[in-house]
Design a binder for this molecule. Structure first.
Ligand SMILES: [Zn+2]
Length: 581
């Protein structure tokens, strides 16, 4: 009895802290809570765990309770048992680790889902292998429909070159086919696809695009950047139901990898429609933050929509704007020429003036901006545009503008990122993937490609993502890459705790939700991931082998492995635990 009383004292103390946090978070639960009866019971409790809170004041606890989707108590097993009632679901986690749920700040989730339907060319090591995969894909798809493939990388091919239309024709000649490079900035179309798109030797490329040609002037089938749209716009879109199915496939992979929040870059209205339909039907397994293209800025302004519009499962987060292409495809905009292609410095999507005007109007409209910038020239342009907006739009800093990728840096750019309060949105898995970095930019510039440690040391906010489907959606792969894969030539290592924070605490800041999530604290939403081992305690190279046991979003178990299900403990056993605690 004394034990229960002390438990309750604890509870009322934490209740005060909780209500302050909740007011800040404008939670409906807070309102409900003010009229709550003093004797309440948790919906769910997790006992006997290693809970890494990422909260400096109380870095590790043993147990936590969840009520109405929020963390209602953290502490020892005993503290948490004191708020359990007869309907509380209890889990004895047997020493498993709980972290705040992971956020992926940069995905193309819908494209990933669509790709899960097409041919996977990621592992292809030669052009004949691509051809054989495409032949199989053609057999699987109805006659007359497009044959699509994704994920090829010429660096992995024996031939070390882009596949061309003739390579594709040899595999599929009776209908259109198109295969996209792993970076999604280059594709190759076969002859029927080029014909359908009416691309001939006289076709001019779209602005910011390149149609590759052979020595006779004939298109090779390779289309870069904006020129890709000439062909891809002819690919029939999936219908609403197919799209939902595709997104569900991707979502399942994301949630079972421990993600509770996903920033999702979209470029089609039907993608938003599908997400909205899924949200209405309760089919979203994680919170979705939509990044919309800059072309939608005008229409959004007309109806008064800006950052934060939506609800706790689906919201409009930011405007995504491109500055350049990718380093792999030599379309990222560099200050000086590519070391392995001295006649190019990359591709610019917008002029400085145009970029300034986009960022300024987005800021005026209350939109966070996520600027894709990879090359040092593109990053400088993005910073100039943000600096310009800060001068003329007073609310600019509150929006927390971000630069996506920020790959090729130098000390001056890092200083400007910090000074302009810009969020650096990085994808650590580029480090193990992009072995060609020193070739592209030379040894000197390579030293400041993916400089995670320098960015963090500067005091800038750094958030983590995958750029899935370019890289794996698994955040533990990203964390492991940040901790273990820096090379001698490029990329900087950071410690495990800092790497975890990129995908949790810092990520919450990027959506203006640091008071609501990102750490484990009473009053915050119950977005959690349960892991079989503690990433802070395993050797860095083993982080990627850690298994996700469960993913909890707003107190709901969205993914639970068999092992996790077996950890559910009966009421009787809980009583036992209570007596022993
Ligand atoms: Zn991307």
């Amino acid at each position: 009895m004394a034990e229960r009383l002390s438990g309750r004292r604890n509870t009322s103390r934490s209740y005060l802290a909780r209500s302050t946090t909740r007011r800040a978070a404008t939670s409906t639960v807070a309102r409900r809570r003010t009229s709550a009866k003093p004797q309440r019971a948790a919906d769910t409790i997790f006992l006997n765990a290693q809970i890494i809170t990422l909260d400096k004041l109380r870095p590790q606890v043993q147990a936590l309770a969840i009520e109405h989707g929020h963390i209602s108590e953290i502490g020892t097993d005993r503290d948490v048992l004191s708020v359990a009632g007869k309907n509380t679901q209890a889990w004895n986690l047997g020493g498993a680790t709980i972290l705040p749920g992971f956020t992926d700040c940069h995905t193309h989730l819908v494209s990933y889902g669509i790709q899960l339907h097409g041919a996977n060319l990621r592992k292809a090591t030669s052009i004949p292998e691509i051809q054989s995969i495409l032949r199989k894909q053609a057999e699987k798809t109805p006659p007359g429909t497009w044959v699509l493939g994704y994920g090829w990388d010429q660096e992995k091919l024996n031939e070390r070159r882009f596949p061309n239309r003739h390579d594709l024709d040899a595999a599929v000649s009776d209908r259109p086919a198109c295969i996209t490079r792993v970076c999604e900035h280059i594709c190759t179309a076969n002859s029927p696809a080029l014909q359908l798109a009416n691309i001939t030797r006289t076709t001019a490329p779209s602005v910011g695009g390149v149609i590759d040609r052979d020595e006779t002037g004939e298109p090779t089938g390779v289309l870069q950047e904006n020129a890709m749209g000439l062909v891809l716009s002819h690919v029939p879109a999936l219908d609403g139901a197919e799209l939902r199915k595709a997104i569900s496939l991707a979502m399942h992979k994301a949630v079972s990898a421990g993600l509770t929040s996903i920033h999702c870059i979209v470029d089609q209205p039907q993608h938003v429609r599908a997400l909205q339909a899924m949200s209405r039907a309760g089919e979203l397994g994680a919170r979705i933050y939509v990044l919309i293209p800059d072309e939608w800025l005008g229409p959004a302004g007309e109806i008064g929509v800006s950052t934060g519009f939506g609800d706790e499962m689906l919201r409009i987060q930011a405007i995504k704007v491109f500055t350049d292409g990718s380093l792999g495809a030599r379309t990222a905009a560099l200050e000086s020429p590519y070391s392995d292609s001295p006649d190019t410095r990359g591709v610019l999507i917008h002029s400085q003036d145009k970029l300034n005007s986009i960022i300024e109007s987005a800021s005026r409209q209350g939109f966070q901006i996520a600027i894709h910038a990879i090359g040092d020239h593109a990053i400088a342009m993005a910073l100039t545009a943000i600096e310009n907006a800060r001068d003329v739009v007073p609310q600019c800093d509150k929006l927390r503008h971000r630069i996506e990728h920020v790959s090729v840096l130098n000390p001056d750019l890092i200083k400007r990122i910090k000074q302009a309060k810009v969020i650096a949105s990085v994808q650590p898995h580029f480090i193990p993937s992009d072995s060609w970095v020193p070739a592209r930019v030379g040894r000197e510039r390579a030293k400041l490609v993916y400089p995670l440690r320098s960015l963090l040391r500067s005091g800038a906010t750094v958030v983590g993502g995958s750029d899935c489907p370019v890289e794996p959606i698994d955040p533990l792969e990203g964390i492991s890459a940040a901790v273990a894969s820096a090379t001698r030539d490029y990329g900087e290592r950071i410690d495990t705790q800092a790497a975890i924070e990129l995908f949790t605490k810092n990520a919450a800041y990027a959506t203006h939700e640091e008071k609501l999530k990102g750490t484990i604290h009473d009053g915050k939403v119950a977005d959690l991931v349960v892991l079989d081992r503690d990433p802070l305690k395993v050797p860095p190279e083993q982080i990627r082998q850690i298994k996700v046991l469960a993913t909890v979003v707003g107190g709901r178990i969205m993914y639970g492995s068999k092992r996790f299900q077996a950890m559910r403990t009966s009421n009787g056993r809980r009583q036992l635990a209570r007596r022993h605690s």
